[in-house]
Design a protein around this ligand. Structure first.
Ligand SMILES: Nc1ncnc2c1ncn2[C@@H]1O[C@H](COP(=O)(O)OP(=O)(O)OP(=O)(O)O)[C@@H](O)[C@H]1O
Length: 306
């Protein structure tokens, strides 16, 4: 199976280091979310993997080879970097046909990917009349044209409507389930949480995390419990007496920090505080990410000049 290997990769633009000694592997059969704030180096890394830019040092390979040396690259790697890349005067279908001919791909793939990306009904319209969401879909169609084992998408949800977002989620899932290697960059935490199995997180060109998504969250967000009662005063007093930190939300539910369901269940039952709901509140990717980047900012903060 085909992996993406990034090994000690560095890219400098003048004195600015966009990618800084980066090492990670993107494995097949799962969706890897590629996260990091603006300017963290995600797009640069993707461009280096695709041979669109030369590294200052280090290597990036697909299936063990640099992209530039691949014989029929579109059959191995499909990428969406810039949805504005299609020629506006062409129809969506012609854009894909040109790509298919140039890469010696079977013409039937054009209709297949149009169908797959929901563009069949607009395939004969000029690309300049497309909405941003349609252009994104066309970019994804182009990425899928060669039926590649590796798919890299830079911010694919950009411009998609809610239906499009649901669609892309299931597409990514299916591509990974088929055993493909899928790398997807995004700023959107909830969105990434809905499709990623694994995360590679960058900050200022450096690797901050390379870990399964669930582990990433569990390691950074303390366990919490949600509890609802018909006697809030008794619950508040009980939690306070036992040293728990808790806050009540507008819907009347209490969130108890650093707590486990078993402990709160036992406590409320022993004190005969009526409980009508008791659940574990799972940490979100957004909380975990903010915890990570907050500590990273602290760690890398420069001392103020006097
Ligand atoms: N061609 C270039 N010339 C000079 N600097 C560049 C070039 N491309 C990227 N950079 C710089 O490299 C850094 C990394 O940018 P990059 O676009 O890779 O980040 P990103 O994580 O993809 O950000 P975003 O989420 O905003 O797309 C930024 O500081 C950017 O200004």
């Amino acid at each position: 199976m085909t992996s993406i290997h990034v090994q000690d990769l560095t890219k400098e633009y003048g004195s600015r280091r966009a990618v800084d000694h980066l090492t990670f592997t993107v494995e097949p059969g799962r969706v890897t979310g590629f996260l990091g704030p603006n300017g963290a180096g995600k797009s640069t890394t993707m461009r280096l993997v695709l041979g669109l830019d030369r590294p200052t040092s280090g290597t990036a390979t697909v299936g063990g080879r640099p992209y530039a040396t691949l014989h029929e690259p579109l059959r191995l790697v499909g990428a969406l970097l810039d949805a504005g890349a299609a020629h506006g005067a062409r129809t969506g279908r012609d854009h894909l046909r040109t790509l298919a001919v140039a890469n010696r791909l079977p013409a039937r793939r054009v209709d297949e990917v149009l169908e797959e990306t929901g563009l069949t009904s607009v395939a004969r319209r000029r690309v300049k009349t497309y909405s941003l969401g349609m252009r994104q879909r066309l970019g994804i169609a182009a990425a899928l044209l060669g039926d590649p084992s590796v798919i890299m998408l830079d911010e694919p949800s950009n411009g998609l409507d809610p239906e499009g977002i649901v669609w892309i989620r299931s597409l990514l899932r299916r591509l990974a389930d088929e055993g493909r290697t899928v790398l997807v960059s995004s700023h959107l935490m909830n969105e990434t949480a809905s499709f990623a199995d694994h995360l590679v997180v960058l900050g200022r060109g450096r690797l901050l995390a390379d870990t399964p998504m669930r582990e990433f969250i569990d390691a950074r967000v303390q366990p919490r419990v949600r509890v609802r009662t018909t006697d809030p005063a008794a619950l508040e007093e009980l939690l306070d007496r036992n040293g728990y930190e808790a806050a009540q939300s507008e819907d009347g539910t209490w969130t108890v920090l650093h707590a486990r369901v078993e402990d709160i269940g036992r406590l409320t039952s022993e004190a005969r505080v009526p409980v009508v709901e008791l659940t574990t509140a799972e940490g979100t990717l957004e909380q975990a990410y903010l915890n990570l980047t907050a500590s990273e900012t602290e760690f890398t903060a420069q001392p103020q000049e006097a």
